[in-house]
Design a protein around this ligand. Structure first.
Ligand code: FAD
Length: 488
């Protein structure tokens, strides 16, 4: 998967903007423009308006110019930028460690970097924006997209300054346009999110859950807190000059996903999101009148099978899916199988799924099924092969194409035609149906044949608080909610 850097804003109507991150330091800077009104910090008063009852008047547990909720990549980036700008900062994290889903993000997208130049790649923000629509489907004229792309090279330099370095991934992934734009932390060096976590260590309050936002006269002036996931942490509130909600995605929030992806309820639930992606920050924002944007932009993946080890709703990613034949429930081939490696086929799954990956005996033996491991207890293998998978979960099998069609419920003639055509393409090296390159066309010939069910994984979510260009949360009318920002 190919996504972007750290802090991310989602402006209303910004097309792909919600999926693209940028570090909006202008927003952070503007938090300090008004200065901090310490008179707000004298304790609760009855005009304060909060999502939950804090249990009566009490002084804040702590106070800071900026309180960030969430110590993932975006929260840490916002917090560190605020620290560098001279603010006092507290970063709340409900887990026992910082990092969130961001510890899984190793591909950083940027345009016009020195790492590209060193690799002989000519790129610029202008070129990137001119191609943007083609590889994201988003709106390159959106100000948040333009700012992200314009600042992406500088943001990578900013991250590298914490002690990391990057290596340009030179294969051109289909999602990055005409030149390589994916930068990976150099082998042996830490992920940027870990470097930011070390830098901000003394500012992070682990084991502390934000349970509500505190308002006074319409302005957000603090955060209600309670114990973290491990039951530790104090209950009370923390006074803030500005609050940044950076609580991550909502891929594991079934209600939010169902509301925004019509038809998904027709398929069993599987997740490729980390356990913390519950969307609770959306509730915090809505409770103080904030609007949401881009909520229907949910990243779905169709490249995995049901987990065989700890079971649904987790997944195991199928290796070499792009090198085999994939069919729908009728047995019809549906796409250049490389598209199953992107979210394209995840989106199509809702209307056209379920899909099945076809393997001959050789391919089945070589198969690797890789668990995401988000919820794996210690000692469970991350990777298993086809035969091991089949010993745990039934897989339709047949000695011939006709037998497999019967076992899997395909239309026999449709499946046999699809398999024949695929094998002809593999033999000639020319895929007349979908144009898949020769290297990815491998014949499926040695029975028995198997049809491995592909499940629909709920992964990333690109919606969130509706923001203005400064990262300030806005309401349905476009009015800013004073003191409230969001990133992610
Ligand atoms: C397997 C996987 C691979 C990925 N690979 C890439 C990649 O290569 N490149 C890329 O750009 N993106 C990638 N992504 C996406 C990327 O990880 C996310 O876009 C990014 O992590 C979002 O960062 P965030 O700071 O918004 O959220 P998170 O990193 O999830 O951080 C949110 C934090 O907020 C905390 N939190 C939540 N609620 C509260 C609360 N109420 N109080 C206190 N704390 C709270 C959470 O515990 C968490 O630590 C990947 C995602 C996954 C799941």
């Amino acid at each position: 998967m190919v996504l972007l850097l750290l802090a991310c804003t989602s402006a209303p109507d910004s097309g792909a903007a919600g999926r693209d991150g940028r570090l909006d330091t202008s927003g952070v800077d503007s938090m300090f423009e008004t200065g901090r009104d310490t008179s707000r910090d004298s304790g609760l008063d009855t005009s304060r308006d909060s999502g939950t009852d804090t249990g009566g008047p009490a002084g804040p547990l702590a106070e800071a110019d900026v309180v960030v909720i969430g110590a993932g990549g975006s929260g840490l980036a916002a917090g560190v930028a605020a620290i560098q700008a001279g603010a006092s900062v507290i970063i709340l994290e409900r887990e026992a460690n910082h990092g969130g889903a961001s510890v899984h993000a190793g591909n950083l997208f940027a345009c016009g970097t020195r790492w590209q130049a060193d690799g002989g790649v000519t790129d610029s923000a202008e070129l990137c924006l001119s191609e943007w629509d083609g590889f994201t489907g988003g709106d390159a004229t959106a100000s948040v997209v333009q700012a992200f792309v314009d600042e992406s090279a500088a943001t990578l330099e900013w991250l590298a300054a914490f002690g990391g370095d990057f290596t340009l991934a030179t294969s051109v992934a289909p999602e990055t346009g005409t030149v390589p734009r994916i930068h990976q932390p150099t082998a042996g060096l830490e992920l940027p999110v870990n470097l930011l976590g070390v830098y901000a260590r003394d500012h992070i309050r682990l084991g502390t859950t934000a349970t509500g936002l505190v308002r006074e006269d319409g302005r957000v002036i603090g955060v209600e807190v309670g114990p973290g996931s491990d039951g530790s942490g104090d209950t009370g509130w923390i006074s803030a000059g500005a609050v940044v909600v950076a609580t991550g995605g909502f891929g594991r929030n079934d209600v939010r996903v169902a509301e925004n992806v019509p038809g998904i309820e027709n398929f069993p639930t599987f997740y490729e999101a980390t356990p913390g992606m519950d969307g609770n920050g959306l509730d915090l924002v809505e409770a103080v009148g904030g609007a949401l944007a881009n909520m229907d932009d949910v990243g779905l993946y169709a490249h995995a099978a049901a987990d065989a080890q700890i079971g649904a709703p987790e997944v195991m990613v199928i290796s070499n899916l792009d090198r085999t034949l994939v069919v729908d429930a009728t047995g019809r081939r549906v796409a250049d199988e490389r598209e199953f490696m992107t979210s394209i086929m995840g989106s199509r799954y809702v209307d056209e799924g379920p899909f099945y990956a076809i393997f001959d005996d050789t391919g089945w033996g070589l198969l690797n099924l890789s668990g995401r491991g988000f919820n794996y207890p210690d000692g469970v293998n991350m990777n298993i092969d086809g035969p091991t998978y089949e010993s745990l979960v039934p897989v339709p099998v047949g000695d011939t194409a006709a037998d497999l069609a019967t076992a899997a419920g395909f239309d026999g003639a449709t499946f046999e035609a699809a398999l024949d055509l695929y094998n002809e393409a593999a033999a000639s090296g020319v895929d007349t149906e979908f144009g898949k390159p020769e290297d990815y066309l491998q014949r499926i010939r040695t029975g028995p044949l198997r049809a491995l069910g592909i499940v629909l994984g709920r992964s990333k979510s690109f919606g969130g608080a509706a923001l203005d260009d400064e990262g300030r949360v806005i309401d349905e009318l476009g009015n800013t909610i004073p003191g409230l920002y969001a990133a992610g």
